[in-house]
Design a protein around this ligand. Structure first.
Ligand code: GSH
Length: 209
């Protein structure tokens, strides 16, 4: 069985959404990204991944896969019939990778990461100045589309759905971009997305900030 190391409401939520949308059963281990302790057994999380960051997907052969873009595509490729990623070689597969990179680098690392890790105004001035321009890209793209890639839900939508949740927590009012906020409402109405968020939001409340 696949195993996912996650922290509630962190970027690993996208991997949980992907697993649930794919109907893949997995074992979930909470890794506290602040204390670097695995909740199950108090192990140092860096013994699972030297990066000390979620997500970490443990495959049946014991290999540990990190980086959301890789983990999400791996999960999608385990169940190609779900269409969670266009097949390799399909031009839309590169569109999927384009969005996964954009969300991971331009939204997550350029804005969300400094907001939640550095917190001070001086470090955040530039990310804050840039985030509007960044979000105008998916906003324009989604003005006349239901999903980021093609005409069905993919792991790129799982990733953006998570990022939009965190943007809200970071004080960004997504209502400024009506197509993004309508998209977010649609994605959150999906039963598996809703269930995944429900599980992690409840778990997060049990942990200190
Ligand atoms: N590039 C990685 C970033 C992973 C990452 O930054 N995860 C955060 C949670 S959203 C984390 O675990 N941070 C802990 C740390 O960096 O020490 C990915 O896309 O998966």
């Amino acid at each position: 069985m696949l195993q996912l190391y996650f922290f509630p409401m962190a970027c690993s939520l996208a991997s949980r959404i992907a697993l649930m949308e794919a109907g893949i059963e997995a074992r979930y281990h909470l890794a506290n990204i602040w204390t670097k302790k695995v909740a199950d057994d108090d192990r140092d999380f860096r013994s699972v991944s030297p990066k000390g960051a979620v997500p970490v997907l443990v495959l049946e052969n014991g290999q540990h896969l990190t980086e959301s873009a890789a983990v999400l595509q791996y999960i999608a490729d385990r169940k190609p019939e779900t269409g969670l990623a266009p097949p390799p070689g399909d031009p839309d597969r590169y569109r999927l990778q384009e969005w996964l990179s954009f969300i991971g680098a331009e939204i997550h690392k350029a804005f969300l990461f400094p907001t939640f890790w550095y917190k001070d105004d001086a470090s955040l001035a530039k990310p804050r100045a840039r985030i509007g321009q960044t979000l105008s890209v998916p906003s324009a793209h989604l003005a006349d589309r239901e999903f980021l890639v093609g005409d069905r839900f993919t792991v790129a939508d799982a990733h953006l759905t998570w990022a939009l949740l965190l943007l809200r927590a970071a004080g960004i009012d997504v209502a400024q971009w009506p197509s993004l906020s309508a998209y977010h409402a649609r994605m959150q109405a999906r039963p598996q997305v809703k269930a995944a968020i429900g599980i992690e939001a409840a778990l997060r409340k049990t942990l200190a900030a």
